[in-house]
Design a protein around this ligand. Structure first.
Ligand code: GLN
Length: 196
């Protein structure tokens, strides 16, 4: 597989397979990352949706939290969706007691920001750098409360709520593009991996 970017999907909980499928469809060699040795084999990492409190606890239990933090700090490209965005955010609001994030992305996210009435919904969104809108699926999604100076909003809801951000090689979305077969965020992530 010469020339295939080697990327990982953090595979502790959540919609791991959906991300692996999209990445493989784009020609990447995918490792499901559960141990530090597997993280060491990859040049980029996807943090899937799921339950951020569970993923974060398991990451600590598996000895992965510190290695992931270090990899991000050393410039590894990462794409976080939904719970993965929460894990990538520097600051988490409405987290569980003692909830930690890996951090790296200069944003404040609020968990479960859409309330009970709108636990899940789909909408079409314009994203900076894409020439056609994205079908975005939100499932108990977080909202990006504020974007710090190092990050940049690349997608917002009609009311102005930020739901997609980029900061160098870090990419985060509140929604799940992979459930609708949308692959442009994964392409953008793989472009960061290839460029490194
Ligand atoms: N509400 C979840 C959390 O706080 C995220 C939901 C998702 O990833 N679809 O982790």
């Amino acid at each position: 597989m010469a020339g295939s970017p080697r990327v990982g999907v953090l595979a502790l909980q959540g919609d791991v397979r959906e991300h692996a499928r999209v990445l493989e469809g784009l020609g990447a060699a995918v490792t499901l990352v559960r141990r530090p040795e597997e993280l060491a084999e990859v040049d980029g990492l996807v943090l899937p949706g799921g339950e951020s409190t569970v993923i974060e606890k398991l990451a600590r239990a598996f000895g992965l939290a510190e290695p992931v933090r270090t990899a991000i700090a050393e410039g590894m490209p990462v794409y976080g969706t939904c719970a993965g965005l929460i894990l990538l955010a520097d600051t988490v609001l409405d987290g569980a007691e003692d909830q930690q994030s890996f951090g790296g992305l200069d944003v404040v996210v609020r968990r479960n920001a859409f309330g009970r009435q709108t636990e899940s919904f789909e909408t079409s969104l314009e994203i900076e750098g894409f020439d056609a809108p994205v079908d975005a699926t939100f499932i108990r999604a977080p909202l990006i409360d504020s974007v710090g100076p190092r990050a940049r909003a690349i997608g917002s809801l009609p009311d102005g709520g930020v739901v997609a951000v980029e900061q160098g090689v870090l990419l985060g979305t509140s929604f799940h593009p992979e459930v609708a077969g949308e692959d442009r965020f994964h392409r953008r992530f793989l472009a960061h991996v290839r460029a490194r």
